[in-house]
Write a protein of this length. Sequence first.
Length: 357
Amino acid sequence: MEKALDQLREQIDSVDNQLLALLNQRMSVVQKVGELKKSNNAIIYRPEREKSIIDRLEGLNDGLLTRGMIEAVFLEIFAASRNFELPERVGYLGPPGSFTHQAAEGRFGVTSEYIPLSNIQSVFESVDTERVRFGVIPIENNRQGFVGESVDMFYDLDVKIVAEIVLPIHHTFASRCDQLSDIKYIYSKDVAFKQCRKFLREYFGNTDVEIVPVDSTSKAAQMAMEVDNSAAICSDVAAKINNAPILFHNIEDTSDNQTRFLIISKNFTNKKSGADKTTVILKLPDVVGSLATFLQDFRDHGINLIKIENRPERTDTNFKAWFYLDLDGHIEDEHIAKVLDKHGDKIKWLGSYVKLI
C-alpha cells in the first residue's frame, strides 16, 4: 500500500509542477495585459469577462470537476491575476477583518490597497469623489433583508454597481474570559445579534449580561480585548486580527446565513454576459395606478422582476416613497431597453452586472 501511495503522490507532485509552470506562464501574459490597460487607463476588473472564462471552461470540462469547483479555483486565480495587472484602491466598510473586508479581498486580491471606512456613507462618498476606484458595501442578508443605508445612498449619489458578491456568514464567539460566568458585556453589530439569537438565549438568557451594539463585528473583537469581562460576536478573521481567543465557532442560528455585497464605482459599464441582473431606482408620480401600470409593462415585455424594495422619501413629510428594483437581464437587452426608455424620466439606472443569485 505504501509503495502504491508513494507512486500516486509522485504523480500529484508532477501535475503540481506543471500547474505551477502554467500559472507562471499565465501571470506573465496577465502582466502584459496590465501594462496595456494601464497605458490606456482601462479598468482591470471585468466581471463579465471572468464569467465568460468560467462558462467556456465548463463547456470544455469532461472530468471530475463540477462548475462550482472550477469557479472556486479560477476566482482565486483571477484575484491573483489582478495583482499582476494593476492593484486597485478599494474602499470598504471597515475596520479590517469585517465581512465586507473579506468579500473585497476575495475579489481584488491581497496586494490591492484597501481603505477601511467607518460607515457605508463614507464608502459611497469615497467612490463618488473618486478617492477610491471601487467600494464594497453590504446590500442584503438572506435572513434580515436589505441594508437600508446602502439602498438609500444609491438614491443620494451617482455611483454604479459593478458586481455582486455572495458570502456565507459564520460568526464566532471570542473572549479573554476563561469562564462564561465572568462575561458581563457582549459586543457586536446589531445584525449579528439578530443572527445569533438562539446562542445568546441558550448561553446567556438567564444572566445579566449586557448586549452592546457597535459599528462592526471587527470593532466588537477589538472591544473584547480592551474591556475586562467582555466578549464579542465576530468573524473568525476579526478574532484572529485582534488576537481574541475563540470560544465557539459557527454560533449563527442557521447554517445557510448569507450576505450579498455590491462592488460600486463612479463610472462603470459592464458588457453583456448572457446571465445578467439590472438594478434601477424608480420614482413614480403620486397618482392612482402608477405602480400597477409600470409593473404591467414589465409583464407585457417578459421582464422578470427579482426584487422590489420600498424606501421612504426622506425629504418629504407626506410619507411618499420610491422603489429599488432588481431585474433579470441587461440594460442593452431590447425588451428591457424599451421599458426603461418609456419610463426614462422616472428611472435611475444603477448598473447591469453578472447575476450570481
